[in-house]
Write a protein that binds this ligand. Sequence first.
Ligand code: GLN
Length: 187
Amino acid sequence: MKIGVLAVQGAFIEHEKMLQKLGADTVELRQKGDLNNLDGLILPGGESTVQSLLLDKLEMKQLLKGLIEDGLPTLATCAGLILLAKNIDNAPKSHLATLPVSVKRNAFGRQLSSFVTKQNVGCVSDYPEVFIRAPYISSTEDGVETLCVHEDKIVGVKYKHQIGLAFHPELTEDTRIHQKFLELIAA
Ligand code: GLN
């Protein structure tokens, strides 16, 4: 199983280590030629505006969008979720726009810009969630399943083959979310 990890900016190495621990092959996606024969895609955290600019410059954005729309299983975390969202409340435009949700960037306020909390994520119980200048999901369209909520705000969703999380599962020792993602691909 070959999982592409977008590696233009942000916390991609941590995702790779996690997937390798679980026995998956990973490939760093740095140019359009890297986008072939993928079984899954990870969009990591980082800075969504920078990632989006780089995707345009590297001519990767439309290709990635097409792959996701054609059904490539995708796990997006934090900035990755912002890239996927169809609408961003506090930004002038969306980026890949394949996930029918609205998000708000940097939405938990300055003082709470980073925090860790433990809760259930879908069927994964007591998962340690690491939030870093995280967005939340302000609204969802039909067909989007809510996986988890923090203080009344949606912070994890699943829509068909796309999973979007406001937090960073790659920054924990807990491999269960990546494991679930690999199971989704295998199914
Ligand atoms: N605040 C970042 C953004 O808007 C996301 C932060 C993160 O990925 N940890 O893109």
